[in-house]
Design a binder for this molecule. Structure first.
Ligand code: BGC
Length: 705
């Protein structure tokens, strides 16, 4: 619709109709059953139903069609409803969870996943996805690390941008695209104790250094919506945090799109005890410029009076305008039934889901036991051996009955295989012992259920269950040739079991094609290429943990490790069990020394880092060279080492490639105490590495302003 006409449409709305555009409910208010992802309790009056602006959590095209038609038949101004949903890692075809996708370290792959998810979701009438989740995380007790890109801000920023590009494409009017909503602004991942919805307190330097960049990235990629988070920052719940929203999000980050609250977050301002009544809550959120109230009646019941009393019509018009613009960008005025006629090639999506799953699993350890041979006499045993609960927590439309279990995948590839699925109730230990004894190799599949990770799924213990640990003990007594496959939405604590097995594969939740992908990887038809986007701690007591450890006044070094007054645990090592960036492959990659184009980088110039990587093995594969750096002297404390660049390099057997990374002075900038992001002149050290803790070689460079 032409902008002038759209303006007329805005002007023609009454105060109540304008407020209606800011209200979002589930399909339950139209007599359908929607996805419920939070507490209920809002009462929407019949009279307002046909003037609300958006709906969240529908399932299928027919439902969207019916609700939209019903709405338009009753609505005076013919402003179509926006339909939003959590399309987090696929719609009906479920791809690996985001943390698993991040293990690919591959922006193109993630862009493709987002694009494919958009195509399928758009055909079911969805216009907006509540994705990507750009939260900075370093505490796997928090179940929502499942939806994150892991613990590195640079990696997370790059992947967040890739999601936005994939969902939105180059033109939102294309009916195969979705508008993206980056969430949760801001600080949600820092919940104290890793307990979901808990208090957050972070310094400004930390906020600007680590939390904002992924949001900034999404905004620079053109993200259409931002969602506020449940938590407080600086003592004020973000949904009412005018300073953060107005000066940081709308100001510094220049976000001028639609800002939506998280589910019931406006009413929850009363639980935070920063609002006494729904009217206070609505006023605070509106003042902070939250445009859409998701699933409470604060705006629908209170906002009209607030606007009248406080003469806030210009602010209300601005909020409604942002929503109308979004509807217009999506082409809804021309076609309220956008996407519903799209044809989707489901078979092609299956193929994609398989390929992507093979790129997302991570091989942590392999003592010459993998790959399996087709004729290996195999026992597949464990709580997760035959489960199809492998889609992950955010897969509403995905049907686990269509998912392929590990056992089903392996059965197709291996000729002599016995499967024993175990649960707490009836474990036949003598049968397991006999089978383990008779097998040549044992695949032990254990880990989390899909409901043990994700929202409202915090855990204080991250080890395997008692029965799973017992199973590993029993197997290790009977057969030393065992492979552990773990399913989870987060890093687990595997310290007690890792010595008892010869290989460890992190399967996360790999989606519909879990079994086929794992079977292809375990039998060597596909090569492992995933790397950890989040460290696996040795124990929960180390958390929160990130490889980006800050310098301290009393660091532990090799030389002082026997002294008392140093930063260490008495009962645990400082390092994780498996570090960020770690991941093995069946190929063997070797690296040359790291070279640098100059040892003096001048302002306005660039630096080139280069090296050779060779695949010394008989198998083609992907290497993941990682470049880290240290700024030797800084104004505020900085990490001992931080990731700067990486590349997935495909190499045939015997092949060598020369890899170049171009570094500009601004790539080395950090947030100073006055919150400016600048690069200090001085010494920098660059590292070529296989993981955050596995350095291959290093060079030093001086930056001269
Ligand atoms: C979650 C959001 C989600 C929303 C809508 C909330 O509980 O925190 O991430 O997008 O529900 O389902």
């Amino acid at each position: 619709m032409e902008i002038e006409k759209l303006k007329q449409r805005l002007l023609s709305l009454s105060l109540e109709e304008k407020v209606g555009q800011l209200v979002q409910v589930t399909p339950d208010f139209f007599g359908n059953k929607g996805e419920i992802t939070g507490p209920l309790g809002q009462k929407i009056a019949d009279s307002t139903r046909y003037q609300i602006g958006s709906v969240l959590g529908t399932h299928r095209a027919a439902e969207v069609k019916q609700i939209q038609a019903d709405y338009l038949a009753h609505s005076k101004h013919q402003i179509p409803l926006l339909f939003m949903a959590d399309v987090i890692h696929g719609y009906e075809t479920i791809f690996p969870i985001p943390l698993a996708l991040a293990s690919s370290f591959d922006e193109e792959l993630i862009e493709r996943v987002a694009q494919n998810s958009a195509v399928e979701a758009a055909s079911e009438g969805i216009h907006v996805t509540f994705s990507p989740m750009a939260d900075y995380v370093k505490d796997p007790r928090w179940g929502r690390v499942l939806e994150s890109n892991g613990e590195d801000p640079r990696l997370s920023t790059a992947l967040t941008k890739a999601y936005v590009r994939g969902y939105q494409g180059d033109d939102l009017k294309k009916e195969t695209s979705l508008a993206a909503c980056v969430k949760h602004f801001i600080g949600y991942g820092a919940a104290e104790g890793g307990r979901d919805y808990n208090t957050v307190d972070i310094s400004d330097v930390e906020l600007h250094q680590n939390y904002l960049p992924a949001f900034e990235g999404a905004i620079s990629a053109g993200v259409q919506l931002v969602m506020t988070s449940f938590n407080s920052v600086h003592g004020v719940p973000v949904t009412a945090n005018k300073a953060l929203i107005q000066s940081v999000l709308r100001g510094k980050l220049r976000f001028d799109g639609v800002l939506i609250s998280d589910w019931a977050a406006i009413a929850e301002l009363k639980n935070h005890r920063v609002a006494q009544t729904s009217r206070d809550a609505a006023k605070k959120a509106f003042d902070a410029s939250v445009d859409i109230d998701m699933m409470t009646d604060c705006y629908s019941e209170e906002l009209a009076a607030i606007v009248e009393e406080n003469h806030l019509m210009p602010q209300l018009d601005a909020a409604v305008w942002r929503i109308l613009l979004l509807k217009n960008e999506l082409g809804l005025f021309e076609n309220p039934y956008r996407g519903l006629e799209n044809k989707v090639d489901k078979d092609q999506l299956k193929v994609e889901a398989f390929e992507v799953a093979t790129r997302s699993a991570v091989l942590l350890k392999n003592e010459a036991i993998l790959p399996l041979k087709k004729e290996d006499k195999l026992l597949v045993v464990g709580t997760k051996a035959a489960t199809t609960d492998v889609l992950g927590a955010w897969s509403w439309i995905g049907d686990s009955d269509t998912a392929i279990s590990l056992a089903a995948g392996l059965e197709k590839e291996c000729s002599a295989i016995e499967i024993i699925a175990i649960d707490d109730e009836k474990t036949d230990w003598s049968k397991i012992k006999l089978a383990a004894h008779a097998a040549e190799k044992v695949v032990i599949a254990v880990g989390e259920d899909s409901q043990e990770a994700g929202e409202a799924a915090s855990r204080a213990k991250l080890n395997l269950s008692a029965i799973e640990q017992e199973l590993i003990d029993v197997i290790s007594h009977e057969n030393s040739e065992s492979i552990l496959v773990t399913f989870s939405g987060r890093p687990l604590v595997l310290t007690d079991v890792e010595e008892k097995v010869k290989a460890i594969v992190v399967a996360w939740f790999l989606g519909n094609q879990t079994g086929t992908a794992l079977a292809a990887l375990l039998t060597g038809q596909k090569n492992f290429s995933g790397h950890l986007p989040m460290s696996f701690p040795r124990s929960v007591g180390q958390l929160p943990y990130s490889y980006q450890e800050m310098s301290t006044g009393r660091p532990m070094t090799e030389e002082n490790a026997d002294q008392k007054y140093i930063s260490r645990y008495l009962d645990e090592e400082n390092s994780p069990l498996y570090a960020f960036g770690h991941g093995l492959s069946y190929s063997a990659f070797t690296y040359s020394e790291l070279r640098v184009s100059t040892d003096e980088l001048r302002s306005g110039c660039e630096l080139e880092l280069s090296f050779e990587v060779t695949n010394e093995s008989e198998l083609a594969g992907y290497a993941l060279p990682q470049i880290y750096f240290t700024d030797e002297y800084t104004e505020v404390i900085r990490p001992k080492r931080e990731l700067l660049a990486w590349q997935q390099v495909q190499l045939d057997c015997g092949e060598t490639k020369t890899i170049h990374f171009t570094i500009r002075p601004e790539d080395l900038a950090y947030v100073h105490s006055d919150l400016s992001r600048t690069t200090d002149p001085g010494e920098f050290r660059f590292y070529l590495a296989k993981s955050a803790l596995d350095i291959v070689s290093a060079v030093s460079v001086t930056y001269v302003e």
